[in-house]
Design a protein around this ligand. Structure first.
Ligand code: FAD
Ligand code: NAD
Length: 469
């Protein structure tokens, strides 16, 4: 028998967008419920995305460094072995610990978590299918945060065995001899790094003439060079036109530069993007509009075409990033509590966690040129940085762009060790609208990788050339 409960907010989906919104709403005194169909909270990011991938990346990076490079520095260790079940168990333990932490925060802040699949039952009602029946939650507002799922290629559907998505490629129980990856975006490059380090031969097929499309061509080229040194092979400007699935291998036809070739691999990872997930929500029945590309349409306050229903994260237009979903979740909770809130999308960083890492935030040089906006550029290299050399990580550089009229930081791009951490300095500077002159007054510790960011800022201050050149 269906029951009714009066609430201020029902959040559907406990990914980074949903759990952040629920937590903030509860902190602000709103009566909040969170509905999640999986028993483990945390969404794609925690269960099968950001965290498991970074756990495997960290362990495998340390393994390759210890195996191939450490002895040159005087620490000779022998007998490195890959214990894949243990590596996977470590990854799962990290995920479990964080998922429990989210559940604890929900309990501590009085967020009622329903384990079940939610459907919109009206502008102010959510129906939840529970293991033991159905519940109707009545609420002032609903937040849709149901995220995304891997996109498929029509002629290469996932079979969970040979043709896999990122979820399966995070959990291989054996190292594939040859792994063919379709798509040189964040997933292809990060998971290609993981399995390449563990011994797979990695071939990446990409439709565009370059890898890492979200980054500038200079950064993409620098990253490609480093990944090729790690024996990753790239077929760029190449289109997969068909495939034959055999007993133990897949043969893929690839068209490259007008020529067709075939490639065989033990496993194929299709990493050609993700699409919004709203299959169970009954969106169209509820009258919620979609955008031309099939995401949920929202206004600048994340309100859908039904004013009591909001949407955030991978479900709506924009880069599919966990920290963006979190920022939106927090903002919606603030708005519902009657407080001002905004997200400055330009200040959201983008990172790929390869070795070296690449990170960017703010305007790119291409943006500034296209807008004919005057700017100055400053670049500094890690090969001149004592900490980078001491840590055996001399590759890469930092480029900053200074807005010429105001002297403020306009953008920052980093290739190098810990770029994901260093980019935080650019995020803070952009958010506080700091000038490069004032940022250059700040003294970084010596020796530290931050000194290269500082050097790039000093270079921008002394750079004479301006925009468009
Ligand atoms: P999600 O995290 O997808 O969560 C949605 C939740 O809703 C899920 O738990 C789902 O079970 C639940 N749900 C769906 N429908 C219903 C329903 N009807 N009822 C109840 N529950 C429902 N981003 C980064 O910023 N950094 C990274 O390093 C990074 N690495 C990634 C690595 C991989 C391999 C992948 C796949 C993604 C990665 N991402 C990364 C992207 C990131 O995971 C997503 O952008 C982020 O998870 C989106 O958050 P969300 O809250 O919108 O949705
Ligand atoms: P993506 O959109 O980043 O990259 C997909 C790539 O596949 C693109 O370069 C595209 O040109 C290529 N492609 C598309 N169709 C193709 C085809 N038929 N043949 C060959 N290449 C083709 O998507 P992704 O790497 O699958 O990642 C999905 C989402 O998850 C992204 O939005 C990404 O931002 C997010 N993610 C983020 C991180 C991170 O922040 N570090 C890590 C993993 C995933």
């Amino acid at each position: 028998m269906a029951k009714k409960t009066a609430l201020d907010l029902v959040v559907i989906g406990a990914g980074p967008g949903g759990y952040t919104a629920a937590l903030r709403a509860a902190e602000l005194g709103l009566r909040t419920a969170l509905v999640e169909r999986c028993s483990q909270l945390g969404g794609t990011c925690l269960r099968v995305g950001c965290i498991p991938s970074k756990t495997l990346l960290s362990s495998t990076e340390a393994y390759v460094y210890a195996r191939d490079r450490l002895s040159q520095n005087g620490i000779a260790a022998k007998g490195f072995e890959i214990d894949l079940p243990r590596l996977q168990a470590h990854k799962e333990a990290v995920v479990e610990k964080l998922a429990k932490g989210i559940a604890f925060l929900m309990r501590q802040n009085g967020v009622h978590v329903w384990e079940g699949t939610a459907r919109i039952a009206g502008p102010q009602a959510v129906a939840v299918e529970l293991a033991e029946g159905k519940e109707i939650l009545e609420t002032r507002a609903i937040l849709l945060a149901t995220g995304s799922e891997p996109a498929q290629l029509p002629f290469l559907p996932f079979d969970g065995r040979l043709v896999v998505d990122s979820t399966e490629a995070l959990s291989f129980r054996e190292v594939p001899k040859r792994l063919l990856i379709i798509g040189a975006g964040a997933i292809g490059l990060e998971l290609g790094s993981v399995w390449g380090r563990l011994g797979s031969e990695i071939v990446v097929v990409e439709l565009l003439p370059r890898i890492a499309a979200g980054f500038s061509p200079i950064v993409a080229k620098a990253l490609q060079r480093e990944l090729e040194k790690q024996r990753m092979q790239f077929l760029l400007g190449a289109r997969v036109t068909g495939a034959e699935i055999g007993e133990a291998a897949v043969t893929v036809r690839v068209e490259e530069g007008g020529k067709e070739r075939t490639l065989a691999a033990e496993r194929v990872l299709v990493a050609v993007g993700r699409r919004p997930h709203y299959a169970d929500l009954a969106l169209t029945e509820a009258g919620i509009r979609l955008t031309g590309s099939g995401r949920v349409a929202v206004d600048r306050f994340w309100q859908t075409s039904l004013p009591s229903i909001y949407a955030i994260g991978d479900l709506i237009e924009g880069p599919m990033l966990a920290h963006r979903a979190q920022a939106e979740g927090r903002a919606v909770a603030e708005l519902l509590a009657g407080r001002p809130a905004r997200v400055r999308y330009r200040n959201i960083p983008n990172v790929i966690y390869t070795e070296p890492e690449v990170a960017s935030v703010g305007f790119s040089e291409e943006d500034l040129r296209a807008a004919r906006h005057p700017y100055r550029r400053g670049t500094a290299y890690f090969q001149a940085n004592g900490r980078a050399l001491a840590a055996d990580a001399p590759n890469g550089f930092v480029t900053v762009w200074m807005d010429e009229p105001s002297g403020k930081l306009a953008g920052l791009e980093i290739v190098g060790n810990r770029a994901s951490e260093l980019i935080g300095a650019g995020v803070v500077a952009l958010e506080t609208e700091a000038t490069i002159e004032s940022l250059a007054q700040a003294v970084p510790a010596h020796p530290s990788l931050m000194e290269t960011v500082h050097e790039a800022m000093l270079a921008a201050l002394s750079e004479r050339r301006s925009g468009g050149s």
